[in-house]
Ligand binder design. Sequence first.
Ligand code: NAD
Length: 495
Amino acid sequence: FSENLSRAETYLQRFREHPTTHFIAGNWTAPDTSRTFDNLTPVDNTVLGQVAIATAEDVDHACESAHVAFSEWRNVSGAERQKILHRIADLLVQRADEIALVESMDCGQPLRFMRQAAVRGAANFRFFADRAVEAANGQALYQPEHTNLTLRSPIGPVAVITPWNTPFMLSTWKIAPALAAGCTIVHKPAEFSPLSAAILADVAHEAGLPDGVWNMINGFGEEAGKRLTEHPAIKAVAFVGESVTGSHIMAQGAATLKRMHFELGGKNPVIVFDDADFDRALDAVTFMIYSLNGQRCTSSSRLLVQSGIRERFLSALRQRVTNLTVGHPLDPATEVGPLIHPSHFDKVMSYMDIARKEGACIAVGGQKYQADHVSNDGNYVTPTLFTEADNTMRVAREEIFGPVLTAISFDTEEQAVNMANDSDYGLAAYVWTNDQARSLRMARQIETGMLWINSENNRNLPSPFGGIKMSGIGRDGGDYSFDFYMETKNVCMAH
Ligand code: NAD
């Protein structure tokens, strides 16, 4: 732990000593100390450094740079793009230790998960690097008197706007396919956790990306983010964040008719039937809400448990939740770290009162986490389990985005389906049963973008990722990403 702390400190020095500015047209902008904000670490809310606030001119400059660079980058061969993206992946692997430590200190996610995220980010670049060569390939459709050729080309400069919960991994997941397709980007990371985006910009430059292909601006959503989504040079917006922000962005981009891809919030059900493999289901239910501090879009924050095993399952779960190790994110033993920001801490804590008022039982937790080994100034919440809840309660309907699970009981399969679907959201769902026919019925009936059966969230890069209802628009992954980052042109030739 102490070694992690001292290595993190070495890596953080640059952010402490100099303001983190914007990366535009291949250069870091000059610091302007009159326009910066404090970046806090969730472990004790001390300042990790100053971050520049983009002016309208900065945003315009970044968009124009992406526009100018696009005319060249779009014509770079797929093989060359493949090479550069692999170089980015190599450099990310080389700097994985730095990325994981900086990310943990910046967003409070335990190091055990951020180490994986650093490597996954590199894997995202490799995956799309190898598809860059064929991204533009279309298909030919023969008719007796005509042949239709379908061609694909990059859509243009893209705005990539990311949230604070796993900033590094999510950014790579969006940026890698955009670059592989031949798009240029302007990235705006979340103001609560901007540091790994600066490392990414460094790496992109070092890997040999032409100037202007990758631009990064810091600042606030309502100002810099808004201007970015309104800029005429930007042809598409890849956004990950809250559903309400998605609505704003859709309105902001309407005047310039931008293509939108939204990955938004969720209130994902995990349904455990009486016939489930009890121990595996228990592991997964615990992991899928309390890992990543519950600040995970696909977290299973709503447990629907069948009445036959309810008592036994909830009692075992109570034990698990009580035994979770809360601590400093750089401590290798830590399973749950501090929440991102005091304002988010307050939001999550407000649900404790809401649960009490609504008549749910706080079976575990319900308060700030305090112990000698964590700072009392940090944003630590005791992992919490609500029981005796029903699906009409706010704790069952709203995205809390913390280490907080709401358990509801059901009797029949039909009730489980109705409850799972009775939600504004539809991102992910999980089903635990040993009845194969039931699995298939659930696969048909549950309204969700992604369903895992007898499995935790397992991400397979070629498969589609995304949500329905208030959880999103569009799909990522494999060729689905290229559908978003590319235009399709049909050419019809007479014979
Ligand atoms: P947020 O919506 O508050 O902010 C996300 C980003 O949008 C930030 O960079 C912010 O600066 C920017 N932004 C805010 N207002 C804007 C505006 N008007 N115009 C342009 N940009 C604007 O989200 P958050 O609180 O950072 O992240 C948490 C949310 O993200 C949760 O709801 C979570 O479920 C969601 N999320 C979804 C997925 C997914 O794949 N579906 C993945 C991770 C997180």
